[in-house]
Write a protein that binds this ligand. Sequence first.
Ligand SMILES: [Fe+2]
Ligand SMILES: [Fe+2]
Length: 203
Amino acid sequence: MSDTPTIDYNARFIELLKSTNRPGLDAVIDGLGKLGFFNAPASSKHHLAEAGGLVRHSLNVCEQALLIRKAQISLRPDIAEKVPEESVILVSLLHDICKADIYKQVEKFRKDKDNRWEKYLAYETDYTHCPLGHGEKSVIRLLRMGLELNNDEIAAIRWHMAGWDLVDSYEAKGNFNAACDKYPLLPIIIAADELATRILEVA
Ligand SMILES: [Fe+2]
Ligand SMILES: [Fe+2]
């Protein structure tokens, strides 16, 4: 039997979140638990499509974002005060809370190696609980839970999907570009999310 200790991702998530000392986090953690955040997958079939995947993805984004922040500050020391570590941690860990209640497990069938049908569990998406969008939903939920977020953090969570969430709208693109220019936290989170999804979480 392996004696490698199991990582308690939920405990790590809560410890890291609380390290920011932002008022309102107890209510957020309680709210996330009620929404199913700690058991949710990160996607239905792409990255970390398994129970607990969303917590692991959030931690991966945080790890990437802290590294990117450090690298960017070494190149542009003047941005340091615009990207406090506290904001990077909060936004990374909470950017995808909109996904906490969109996945449901369903039974599906597939052929096994002997060409016989077998049952398996898969995830499907259901957006009917709170159909407000992606980043928008995360922001609204956090504010409703009583978390204090500044403008940089709101913009970074709202627009973290970047091109994936930009419909063919002149106004949406204008807002997104303005937010990227104004808040360096936003491109840091976009890059971290992409690197976590496409490098860290690829099997
Ligand atoms: Fe997202
Ligand atoms: Fe994400």
